[in-house]
Design a protein around this ligand. Structure first.
Ligand SMILES: *[C@@H]1O[C@H](CO)[C@@H](O)[C@H](O)[C@H]1NC(C)=O
Ligand SMILES: *[C@@H]1O[C@H](CO)[C@@H](O)[C@H](O)[C@H]1NC(C)=O
Length: 342
């Protein structure tokens, strides 16, 4: 503490006790933040660089970067996260990617960042908000709806938007048999909660313009995870083939068997030896496979899976005995006496 005795006390206080908070912030001022968008992936890519001073002082200790992202307006913060790293000249610029659940064309997003050397307990000032609006990058000569197509899970919510081309104003939108009117504007962004299943392939969404001939629309495909298959039942008539049937419950893919539309598939496998006998890409309700004659007992599993989840059901089958087996007795086949006696 001898420096407190020095005449230039203020200077020495700075030197002895480290930079006070307001001064300490200065060295963090020049975080150079750059934000870019990948609109197809709905991603904001952050890239930032810090001053050389900070790089050399921060090489041994953790530096925390606090990242905030707002959507629409500053008071609506959707991201508040810390990113911790040890700084070095070689890890510059630092990068961080955020994936939005809302199309970047629908709302402006603002990004800012501040930093703190882990031991200092004092944040730097925020950078200015870096604002990105995906709409600004669209061709003005046509109208848009976002997302243009979506496979989504029943009961979830979705934020969409309509964007008018040059000189075309929107009046409202139509969503699943409901029309909503709004004041005339270039962009309408709306959120629909608890979206119902689309029974006949899709939920129609239409952007309504002043001139009806300008209306545009899309279809959302809404589905849910498959039902648990019921009544799995396997039997053999000739000891060479085992035939299984089941009730798939409500078929969720309707007429669309397209995996891109989240159609369910069915897999029949043997739990005892891990073998997969069949995979069905469609709404099959039966399948058969050859049996060897050596294996008498089968613990079979039917799994049905789509992009939102899977369900399974098991059955135990003994092809040599008529007796019922195991906890799945009620599902176990009663083999035809005439064909199973050796
Ligand atoms: C970020 O780190 C600071 C300091 O460790 C902590 O006080 C704050 O709660 C953290 N914020 C989040 C969102 O984790
Ligand atoms: C069944 O569907 C799921 C989900 O779409 C997929 O991940 C899986 O690979 C499919 N299985 C087969 C055997 O095609």
């Amino acid at each position: 503490m001898e420096c407190l005795l020095c005449p230039a006390a203020i200077l020495y206080i700075l030197l002895c006790f480290g930079l006070p908070q307001s001064q300490g912030n200065n060295e963090f001022h020049d975080i150079k933040l750059k934000v870019s968008m990948n609109r197809a992936l709905k991603q904001l890519l952050l890239e930032w660089d810090v001053s050389d001073d900070m790089k050399s002082s921060g090489s041994e200790v953790d530096t925390v970067f606090n990242i905030q992202i707002y959507r629409s307006e500053e008071h609506y913060i959707v991201v508040n996260e810390n990113f911790t790293t040890k700084l070095s000249k070689s890890n510059q610029p630092l990068t961080w990617t955020w994936t939005s659940d809302v199309p970047l064309e629908c709302l402006p997003h603002g990004v800012r960042i501040r930093s703190m050397v882990a031991f200092s307990k004092t944040w730097s000032k925020w950078t200015a908000w870096e604002i990105k609006d995906g709409m600004d990058f669209l061709d003005n000569g046509r109208s848009y709806i976002f997302p243009a197509y979506e496979v989504m899970e029943k009961g979830t919510s979705i934020t969409m938007c309509c964007i008018g081309k040059r000189n075309e104003l929107l009046r409202g939108y139509y969503f699943d048999r409901k029309t909503c009117w709004d004041t005339e504007q270039k962009r309408i962004t709306f959120t629909e909660m608890n979206v119902p299943t689309s029974l006949y392939g899709g939920i129609n969404v239409i952007c309504i313009f002043d001139k009806p001939s300008e209306n545009i629309g899309t279809s959302l495909y809404v589905t849910s995870k498959p039902d648990k298959p019921k009544n799995l039942h396997c039997e053999t008539e000739d000891m060479t083939e085992l035939k299984c049937t089941w009730d798939p419950g409500q078929i969720k893919n309707y007429a669309n068997l397209d995996p891109a539309k989240c159609a369910a598939n069915f897999t029949l496998s043997d739990v005892s030896n891990g073998q997969t006998y069949y995979t069905y890409q469609d709404e099959c309700t039966s399948g058969k496979f050859r049996i060897t004659g050596e294996q008498m007992r089968y613990h079979l599993r039917l799994t049905t899976q789509n992009c939102f989840g899977k369900e399974q059901t098991d059955v135990t089958v003994d092809v040599s005995h008529r007796s019922r087996l195991g906890p799945y007795a009620e599902q176990t086949n009663i083999l035809d006496p005439g064909t199973t006696e050796p």
